[in-house]
Design a protein around this ligand. Structure first.
Ligand code: 6R9
Length: 651
């Protein structure tokens, strides 16, 4: 079967880097040339240049037992010392590592010397609790500096952290603790979210009670000052134990393949998968991409990724990449709109943020509110913008560049996954002519292809399935405790190629466009249509702020296109006639893409169901579109949203 995906994104805008940006750009064409000439040699050079090895490696890649790869296997390093001690030793101890901003407006600036000190104390505390190299530690925290300290303290002593996003339920936490057999849980009494303290420690207590009994201790940071229950002999306060621990700690060297962390991610079915990452290869690609994709000049940049450490973006681009590169990063505890809708822009102004990395879903929700809010802040410090998590519609890309970026700075759309560990596809901002909506090119040293269902590369501009054809340094090393599932999920389909689960196509210039998860590819009357493409068409209409499209079962066409649209605040008056508006939007898609893509229905809704990491849960919308009872909503950020949408539909 050939995979054919209709595409008509009709995006013809190109933005060349300004001469000023290009002149100071970190990445030049020599990177891609070096990688093309000798891919493994290129990665070995990066690993030596970007990291400090306690014992140099002599082997780069071992791929003799696919899909189990090892990188830099006989080398040794300490990941935390690479993120901390060596910078202090290099005279950077006084540089701010973290500008932390609490949601209520309290803030802390933590230098590299202070962060190193705190991580050493925490490492001593963990060791005194009997946590040793290879043990698992669950971290269930608000986005406070101690969450980062906890991760680095684990890395320092060779313990494997499993960060569980603070919004997950006690059941989710319990199943992750059990799966990894975590010995220690690090949490906080509570954290700030939307102007209120949300309790965490009670959820940990509930979760631990449900587990099989691996947890020996619970270490608790005081943040929310809310009342918490206490289990004697099991629970300890961070401020009693870490604050009083010694700040002398020698970082041991671990093998490059020593496990660094497990991060759970939901699969298409059932139980979450514990994605396993290791040390040397992961840190190499994290540091390489953070430096080159974000054009990092650590001596002058202020970098901000809005991600929570509960997600892979928080691991690689809040903690490991920036700190390995001695960057100054902003970390913000709360939601974008607390206590006011301009909170993010206020933070950019306050810290003079130069590099900003966020998700399209946030950008689209700001578009919905209109440009007046960001325009009331001084955002002129910004010089580079990044996007991650979903395809970014060309209209959102252009809005981001113009309204947030002031019209002339690069926007990089970065494609990657929990499994890939670090960015795989992205423009390099000083050298690539940017195309709104396209992730563009594999980063140097990464081999991507687009294949049909039988694994044959598609050589035209029709879509196919995205695969990675060669192992890469930050690739997942497996699924915790389940090597069979690792093989089945990612490797069985094409044998030697990694199957990412995303649809993609190349355009005439060879640039890559992501088309959404392949489970989101619709088949309407035998035509394969991309949800992303129709969503982009809807978002390009002046009425639309945000759109989600699903394929609903249809007797005649197999599947039919059903769209859910949020209107822009500023357009609500023009679009007051709901029937006329949805007819106008249906006609608009038919005009832009073709009659085949005309949605059967366009529903105007106040909100869309999103996971806590901001991905739209199309599965739930499909339930609605097919008139079924709505499925499991427990991973939604706001579980009441489906009722609100449903009420709108029957009106
Ligand atoms: C980093 C992260 C991975 C899935 C991935 C894809 C989607 C991420 C994207 C993108 C289009 C981008 N995705 N970045 N799609 N363009 N720039 O988000 O990891 O949470 O594991 O999600 O997200 O569908 O397969 P993760």
């Amino acid at each position: 079967m050939t995979v054919e995906i209709d595409h008509n994104l009709e995006e013809i805008r190109r933005f060349r880097p300004s001469p000023e940006f290009a002149a100071q750009s970190i990445a030049g064409p020599e990177l891609a040339e070096a990688a093309a000439a000798d891919r493994l040699g290129f990665w070995a050079d990066q690993a030596r240049e970007l990291l400090t090895w306690s014992k140099p490696f002599t082997k780069t890649l071992d791929w003799s037992n696919p899909p189990f790869a090892t990188w830099f296997e006989d080398g040794e390093l300490n990941v935390a010392a690479n993120c901390l001690d060596r910078h202090v030793e290099n005279g950077l101890g006084d540089r701010v590592a973290i500008h932390w901003e609490g949601e209520p407006g309290d803030s802390r600036a933590i230098t590299y010397a202070q962060l190193t000190d705190e991580v050493k104390r925490a490492a001593n505390t963990l060791e005194s609790l009997g946590v040793a190299d290879g043990d698992r530690v669950a971290i269930y925290m608000p986005l406070v500096p101690e969450a980062i300290v906890a991760m680095l303290a684990c890395a320092r002593i060779g313990a494997i952290h499993s960060v569980v996003f603070g919004g997950f339920s006690s059941d989710s936490l319990a199943s992750r603790i059990d799966d990894a057999q975590a010995k220690l849980v690090i949490t906080a009494d509570g954290g700030y979210r939307k102007g209120k303290v949300f309790p965490l420690k009670p959820t940990v207590d509930e979760a631990v009670a449900k587990t099989a009994g691996s947890v020996e201790h619970v270490l608790v940071v005081r943040r929310g000052e809310n009342e918490v229950g206490w289990v004697a002999d099991r629970d300890l306060w961070w401020h009693d134990s870490v604050a009083t621990a010694s700040n002398e700690h020698v970082a041991p060297a671990f093998g490059a393949e020593h496990p660094l962390f497990i991060l759970y991610t939901s699969g298409t079915t059932g139980k979450p998968k514990g994605i396993l990452h290791t040390s040397g290869g992961y840190l190499t690609q994290a540091a390489f991409t953070h430096k080159n994709v974000f054009d990092l000049h650590p001596e002058r940049d202020v970098y901000w990724s809005t991600a929570d450490v509960g997600w892979i973006t928080g691991h690689t681009y809040v903690v490991y990449g920036p700190l390995a590169n001695a960057a100054t990063t902003v970390v913000y505890e709360g939601t974008p709109d607390s206590p006011h809708p301009g909170r993010w822009w206020e933070i950019i102004e306050k810290y003079g943020v130069t590099i900003f990395y966020a998700a399209p879903t946030a950008i689209r929700s700001f578009m919905k509110q209109g440009r007046a809010i960001p325009q009331s802040f001084n955002l002129r410090s910004l010089r580079l913008l990044g996007s991650v998590g979903e395809p970014i519609n060309p209209e959102a890309w252009v809005w981001y560049r113009h309204v947030i970026g002031g019209g002339s700075i690069p926007v990089v759309d970065t494609w990657w996954q929990t499994e890939t560990g670090a960015i795989m596809i992205s423009a390099l901002p000083g050298i690539t002519d940017l195309k709104p909506g396209s992730a563009q090119t594999p980063i140097p040293g990464v081999s991507i292809d687009i294949v049909d269902d039988s694994g044959t590369p598609v050589d035209d501009t029709n879509g196919g399935l995205l695969v990675v054809t060669e192992p890469w340094p930050s690739m997942l090393r497996g699924i915790w405790g389940d090597p069979e599932r690792f093989k089945e999920t990612y490797w069985e389909k094409f044998g030697d190629k990694y199957f990412a689960g995303d649809g993609a196509r190349r355009d005439e210039d060879g640039d890559i466009w992501l088309l959404g998860r392949v489970d989101d590819v619709m088949n309407v009357s035998g035509h394969r249509l991309s949800t992303t493409e129709i969503e982009s068409s809807l978002v390009a209409h002046p009425y639309t702020a945000e759109a989600a499209v699903v394929g609903a079962a249809d007797e005649t066409t197999g599947q039919a296109v059903v769209a859910f649209v949020i209107l822009k605040e500023s357009q609500k008056a023009h679009a007051a006639d709901v029937a006329a508006t949805s007819e106008e939007l249906r006609a608009h898609v038919a005009r832009q893409i073709g009659a085949i893509a005309r949605p059967r229905q366009v529903f105007i809704v106040p909100e869309l169901p999103k996971t806590r990491s901001g991905k739209i849960m199309r599965r739930l919308l499909r339930d609605l579109a097919e008139g079924r009872q709505v499925g499991d909503t427990t991973t939604l950020a706001d579980t009441s949203i489906m009722e609100v949408i449903e009420a709108q539909l029957v009106k």
